[in-house]
Design a protein around this ligand. Sequence first.
Ligand SMILES: Cc1cc2nc3c(=O)[nH]c(=O)nc-3n(C[C@H](O)[C@H](O)[C@H](O)COP(=O)(O)OP(=O)(O)OC[C@H]3O[C@@H](n4cnc5c(N)ncnc54)[C@H](O)[C@@H]3O)c2cc1C
Length: 471
Amino acid sequence: MVRIVGGGLAGCEAAWQVASAGVPVTLYEMRPVRGTAVHKTDRLAELVCSNSFRGDKLDNAVGLLKEEMRRLGSLVMRAAEASRVPAGAALAVDREVFSNAITTAISTHPLISVVREEVTTLPASSAGEPLIVATGPLTSDALSADITRLVGGDHLYFYDAISPIVLAESIDRSRVFRQSRWDRSISGREGREGHEGREGQVGQVGLAGPGVACGVDDGQGDYLNCPFTQEEYERFYEALIHAESATVHDFDKERFFEGCLPIEVMAHRGVDTLRFGPMKPVGLTDPRTGRTPYAAVQLRQDNLAADHFSLVGFQTQLKWGEQARVLRLIPGLEQAEFVRYGMVHRNTYVNGPTVLTETWQLKQHPTIFFAGQMSGVEGYVESAASGLLAGLNAAALAQGRPTSAPPRTTAIGALAFYASHANPAHYEPSNITFGIMEPLAKPPRGKGDRKVAMSNRALDALAAWLRERAA
Ligand SMILES: Cc1cc2nc3c(=O)[nH]c(=O)nc-3n(C[C@H](O)[C@H](O)[C@H](O)COP(=O)(O)OP(=O)(O)OC[C@H]3O[C@@H](n4cnc5c(N)ncnc54)[C@H](O)[C@@H]3O)c2cc1C
C-alpha cells in the first residue's frame, strides 16, 4: 500500500500511477475539512490560477514534457485533453470540467481510497508501504512544521502572485482585437518562436536558472489584445506605481519568485519593464491602425463558456479597490467587472538538491517521496510530472522492484535531475526548459530544428527506459 498526502495535481497523478501498477493507495486530502488561502472547491486537482498547461508542441520543452507524460499513461494529461478550450498552440482547459474528471477517476478507482482529513504529522512509512508527500505550495501549517523537522532548515518558502479575471461581457470589444502573437495558432501555422516557461521563459537557464512568470503570455493562442498608445501607457504606468499595495512595500527584501513578479514590482524597476514583459506588443498588429501598438495587455479565455478572461501575466498584490481603479485604465477594460482579483500567496517547497534523489525520494529517508510544487518544481505540468515519476517509483518500491528515473535526455528525467542536482545554495524551483536537458552532441543549425531534434531524442530515450523497466 502507498499513502499519499495531498490530492492536487501531483498527488492525483501519483495515486493514478500507483493504482495502475496494481498497488492500493490511500490518498489524504484536507479540503473541504480545511481549506487553503487559494483553493475554492472540494475537488481534487483544482487549478488555482491560470487555466493553461502552456505550449503543446514538440518545439517547446513543456510540450515535450506533456507528450512524455501521455506516453507514461498520465491521468492529468487525459483529463486535460477531455476539458480542452481554444488557446492557440497551448493546452488550456475548462478548470471545472478538468477537476471533475480527475475527481471522478480517482474516487471511483477500486484501488484508491480518498480520506478527507488534514494530515498534521507525516504518517509512518516503510519499503512495503511508502509515503508520498504532495501537499503543494500551500501545505498546511502543522504539516509544514513536521516537514521542517524532517528535512531541517532547508525547508523554504517564498511568495508568488496570481492574475485577475474579468467578465467577458464587460470587455469593450470595440477597443480590443482578437489575435495570436505572431499569428501562431493551433491550426499549425507557425509564426516566430514563442517562448516557454510557466508561461514564458526565454533562453538557456542551466542548472541554477530561474523559472518564469505566473501567466506571462506563452506567445501562442487565441487572445483578446488591449492596445495602448504611448499616452495611455504612461497614464497607466503612473497610476500603477502610485497605487497602494496590499502587503509588501519593500520590494527588494521580499522574496518573490523572479519569474512571477507582480506587475507593480516590475513597474518599479523602470518605465519600460512592462513593455518588455507582460505588456510587450511585439508580434501583434492592431487591425484598426495596421501598426504594432505601443504596449498591449493580452486577455485569455479562462473557461469553456468563454465568459471569463484572465489578464495574462498580470499577477498583482495591489489592494482590490486599487486593482479595479488601475486596471480599468487598460483600453477595453474601462467598465471591466472583476470575477477574481489578483493576489499574493505563500509558496512552500523543499531545497531539492539538498534533500532529494532524482527518483523523488528523500536521501535520508528513501521510503518517503516528495512530489509536486512542494518538491521544488514550478508549474502545473511539472508538478504533475514529478507526481507521475514519484508514483511509478513508490509502486516499484512497494513491489520490491528497483526505483529509477528516465535519463536527462528526457524532459521528465531532466526535471528530476535538476531538482536533485542544481546548486543548493541558490536553489529556485524551475519550469521545464530545454536548458536543463542534456545538450545534443551534434546540434542542427536552426534553433527550431535543435528543439525538435532534442524532443525526438527524448521520446526515443523514454521508450528505451520503459523497455528496460519492463524487462
Ligand atoms: C496561487 C497560486 C497560483 C499558481 N498559479 C499557477 C499557474 O498559473 N500556472 C502554473 O503552472 N502553476 C501555478 N502555480 C504553481 C503550481 O503549479 C500549482 O500550485 C499546482 O497546483 C501545484 O500542484 P501540487 O499538486 O504540488 O499542489 P496542489 O495542487 O496545491 O495540491 C496540494 C493539495 O494538498 C492539500 N493539502 C495541503 N496540506 C495538506 C495536509 N496537511 N493534509 C492533507 N492535504 C493537504 C491541498 O488542499 C491541495 O489540494 C500556482 C501556485 C499558487 C499557490
